[in-house]
Design a binder for this molecule. Sequence first.
Ligand code: ADP
Ligand code: MG
Length: 281
Amino acid sequence: MSIIKAKDVTFEYIRRDEEGNVEGITTAVDKVSLDIKQGDFIAILGHNGSGKSTLAKHMNAILYPTEGTLWVDGKDTKDEKELWNIRQSAGMVFQNPDNQIIGQVVEEDVGFGPENMGIPTKEIWERVTESLKAVDMYEYRKHSPNKLSGGQKQRVSIAGVLAMHPKCIILDEPTAMLDPDGRKDVIRAARALNDVEKVTIILITHYMEETIYADRIFVMEEGSVVMEGTPREIFSRVEELKKRRLDVPQVTLLAHELKKRGMDLPDGILTKEELIEALGL
Ligand code: ADP
Ligand code: MG
């Protein structure tokens, strides 16, 4: 079952002058078609300006296509009467944790979403508890969000989305402003939601290491999806990634260099453990 399906989606930002005349058009997303299944863990990679955020904003109907169609859980995002359902099915977490938290106390913040949905109070508290536990932030439920680290704030943001019981969570560079520990905790939380709760995860990131556990990776360039495959397939194409000026996980690169120098190693080694095993150590 598809949770997100795009058919020939194009999006143009149109700049106008004061009189309303068109000054310029940026085609941020250019004929993208993709099909994401319920329960998938998807990573989207690509340079700044390649259209990742614009595409992501289509996935919970913040934007809708200039041309083409995008469906969330079978609902066309252009259908205004489905807007509420779509936003409930697909929640979004953004880069800056400070812009996303509004409550004075962590548990209150996480309760806002379900409260706005008109969920009965008793169930709101159940959802807040389960969501905070799922991201390992339950012990901070009485804390002020201001005092948390960036990684902790992001996990509270994720809990806030989770409390709305979405089928899909889109994370747009959630770790970009975090330190390495914060990054690890956020990714661990996202993976756990996917594994345990079967929430579809769409993770936009610059960090290659965060993508190796994905079911599938999409690489974007100039508004188009230019590579698609499992992490092993994508990271087997080291030369192509280098040509696109994209990073490769360090261990993958090392294995690739050793192989070029004549060692008998498989393509697309993704972890230290795999390399050690392939070396027969
Ligand atoms: P990414 O998230 O991969 O960095 P974006 O989706 O933010 O890419 O941007 C894609 C293209 O659209 C870029 O050329 C960017 O300058 C342009 N763009 C993004 N947001 C806007 C906007 N609000 N108005 C006009 N152009 C925009
Ligand atoms: Mg972006």
